[in-house]
Design a binder for this molecule. Structure first.
Ligand code: 2RA
Length: 353
């Protein structure tokens, strides 16, 4: 039979992409329920070309639901994921709440699809978008050359902070546009934004237009940002390398959607650029764009709205043995969020066939 699917958080930035992805991939589901907070309940949204009324998040909404995909804040998942699982749904959770729980698999279908079946709590987690942006590529390289270390700098899009993140960048750009003196004096961007936008709240701790902000997430021990810690812990769990050495600096940049990562990766064995090309070109969901002589490399503006992981600028590290440097781009709302969850749901749906 075809399983019943519920999308929780159907009205958010990821929820919107999720409806689009579910509508465009093979139709594996019977009924689909759209679920959101009381504030959004009653709205009419489309999925698979049908108008559906958004239902309020209540325990009863999970009755008869086989698969529930949650894209809601951590604290909402903490409360509601166990309720959905208790009522019999297999939950695919996008929040950070359960990712590091040893009884919850953390799945990237290209890397560890078998882990989806080992879910004693009925919960499967999907990784943070920053981790996901590189996982298909790093998983493929790891499989053949054995990954030992990752040193990563991220260039994260504002939609990682949800609809409010994108709205803020659009507002800031509009507020600053046309002033050709801006960005030349310390603090002038901040001042201009204060004048034009007043106390409008920003999800970012500094102006993001005409700027880069070396901060993403919340403060963790030792001055690390939560995004940096997630990248380390999640990479270890997905790749199954508990002692993988990882160090990351996460940076927000004035891009609406698509995260980019500069990755310095060290392997157990010598690996050449040609080896990396061969492996990545064979990986079904990876696209290699690597011809710098002709200006070919991935940029967020060129790949946004598409599904693959794009890799370019592949270089042999000059001073580090067995190491490559490369640049990766991935749409943080698609593979980074909705698509990975949809792919996990497809693995679970196959169990109903
Ligand atoms: C961000 N990775 O980009 C986060 C979203 N989960 O802010």
């Amino acid at each position: 039979r075809k399983p019943t699917l519920a999308l929780i958080g159907a009205t958010g930035a990821v929820g919107t992409v999720m409806r689009d992805i579910i509508s465009s991939r093979e139709d594996l589901y019977g009924e689909i329920k759209l679920v959101a907070s009381a504030r959004s309940a009653g709205k009419i949204l489309q999925v698979r070309g049908e108008d559906l009324v958004v239902q309020e998040l209540t325990p009863e909404v999970f009755d008869g639901v086989d698969i529930a995909i949650f894209d809601v804040p951590d604290e909402v998942s903490a409360t509601w994921v166990p309720i959905a699982a208790e009522r019999g749904a297999v939950v695919i959770d996008k929040s950070g709440t359960f990712r590091m729980n040893p009884e919850v698999p953390l799945v990237v279908p290209e890397v560890n699809p078998e882990a989806v079946r080992d879910r004693p709590l009925g919960i499967v987690s999907t990784p943070n978008c920053t981790t996901l942006s590189m996982m298909a590529a790093m998983g493929a390289l790891h499989e053949q050359y054995g990954l030992r270390e990752l040193v990563v700098a991220s260039y994260q899009a504002v939609s990682g902070a949800g609809v409010a993140g994108s709205a803020r960048l659009y507002d800031e750009v509009e507020a600053l546009a046309g002033d050709r003196t801006i960005g030349q004096t310390a603090g002038d961007v901040r001042k201009a934004l204060q004048n034009k936008l007043g106390d409008e709240e920003s999800p970012f701790p500094a102006p993001v237009a005409f700027n880069v902000v070396p901060w993403a997430g919340s403060l963790k021990d030792g001055g690390w940002a939560s995004e940096e810690i997630k990248l380390r812990n999640e990479s270890r769990k997905i790749l199954g390398i508990p002692d993988l050495r990882v160090s990351a600096t996460c940076v927000r940049v004035p891009v609406i959607t698509t995260h980019s990562l500069a990755v310095h990766a060290t392997f157990e064995r010598e690996i050449t650029v040609a080896d990396a090309h061969r492996i990545l070109e064979a990986a079904p969901t990876v696209v290699v764009m690597d011809d710098p002589e002709n200006g070919v490399f991935p940029t967020p503006a060129d790949v946004v709205g598409t599904d693959p992981t794009y890799v370019g600028r592949i270089r042999q590290a000059l001073d580090f043995p067995n190491a490559l440097d490369l640049f990766v781009c991935g749409d943080n709302l698609r593979k980074g969020a909705a698509l990975n969850a949809a792919e996990i749901a497809e693995l679970v749906a196959a169990e109903f066939a």
